[in-house]
Design a protein around this ligand. Structure first.
Ligand code: BEZ
Ligand code: FE
Length: 279
């Protein structure tokens, strides 16, 4: 294997994968090499550009720590996260659609009783959230576990606030016997994804805005059903058609209705997909 050139290098690398024992790993590596080489050929990548790419990815890695996942942010802004979610969550008609998980979920969030306020002092206009968790035939899912998290009025998640000791605007609740849930929180507002790292540089260089339309995050778990990871988006938001991470689905948009006393109310029913083997 000498004198490998630009016409033979792709096959040479693929041949080197021949002994890969795991067939799925072999498939993924082979396809990755093919597409990566095809990309470099298509754009006629220069050596300077190759190095710029290496430097960019290095800085993406260096930006990551236990609170910040710049690689997921890169995947999100390139549509890769939503593509993966869409390909792997092809649910029957009538089920609530899934969308991106995002980087701001925290395990071990405080538990609340139905009706309690999950805001924990986060700044924002008071808001009530309620609805039902249902199965595909309209049956209630009693006791479904709802994880909820959201940004505050300043567009910040609690984990982004240095020195904040307790959870804000996040919690875990359990639906009632008839599948109903209700809790208090704050009004969801649009916010920009973090732009102080290399992903922000990429957005500026490509003249893209960093905004996500206002939304609440939900993860809903119940025995016998697939876990649902989704958002509810606020109707009327400026960024519904240009979400920085491509996460909007029409079926996930709901009205936040202003009440006479100034607080808001949003109602949304979730429909869970039966777990495999339970159809
Ligand atoms: C979020 O909605 O929390 C989020 C999703 C993707 C990237 C950044 C934030
Ligand atoms: Fe979010």
């Amino acid at each position: 294997m000498r004198n490998v050139n630009q016409d033979t290098i792709t096959q040479a690398v693929i041949a080197r994968l021949a002994e890969t024992p795991d067939p799925r790993l072999k498939e993924i590596m082979t396809s990755l090499v093919q597409h990566l080489h095809a990309f470099a050929r298509e754009v006629k990548l220069t050596e300077a550009e190759w190095f710029q790419g290496i430097d960019f990815l290095t800085r993406v890695g260096q930006k990551c720590d236990d609170k910040r996942q710049e690689f997921i942010l890169l995947s999100d802004t390139l549509g890769m996260s939503m593509l993966t979610v869409a390909m792997n969550n092809d649910k029957p008609a009538g089920c609530t659609e899934a969308t991106v998980f995002g980087p701001f979920y925290v395990e071990g969030a405080p538990e609340f009783d139905l009706g309690e306020d999950v805001a924990g002092g986060a700044p924002g206009v008071p808001c009530e959230v309620r609805g039902r968790v249902l199965g595909l035939n309209g049956e209630p899912v009693p006791g479904a576990e709802l994880h909820v998290w959201q940004a505050d009025a300043e567009g910040m998640y609690d984990v982004q606030r240095e020195g904040l000791e307790h959870a804000q605007a996040r919690g875990v609740l359990h639906a009632s016997k008839d599948g109903k849930y209700w809790f208090k929180s704050i009004l969801a507002e649009a916010y920009p994804i973090p732009t102080d790292g290399p992903v922000g540089e990429m957005l500026r260089a490509t003249r893209r805005h960093p905004w996500r339309p206002a939304h609440l995050h939900f993860m809903i778990k119940a025995p016998g059903y697939e876990t649902l990871i989704t958002h509810v988006f606020r109707n009327g938001d400026t960024y519904l058609d240009s979400d920085a991470v491509f996460g909007v689905r029409q079926s996930l948009i709901a009205d936040w209705v202003k009440q006479p006393d100034g607080h808001y109310l949003v109602e949304y029913d979730f429909v869970l997909n039966p777990a495999k083997g339970q159809h």
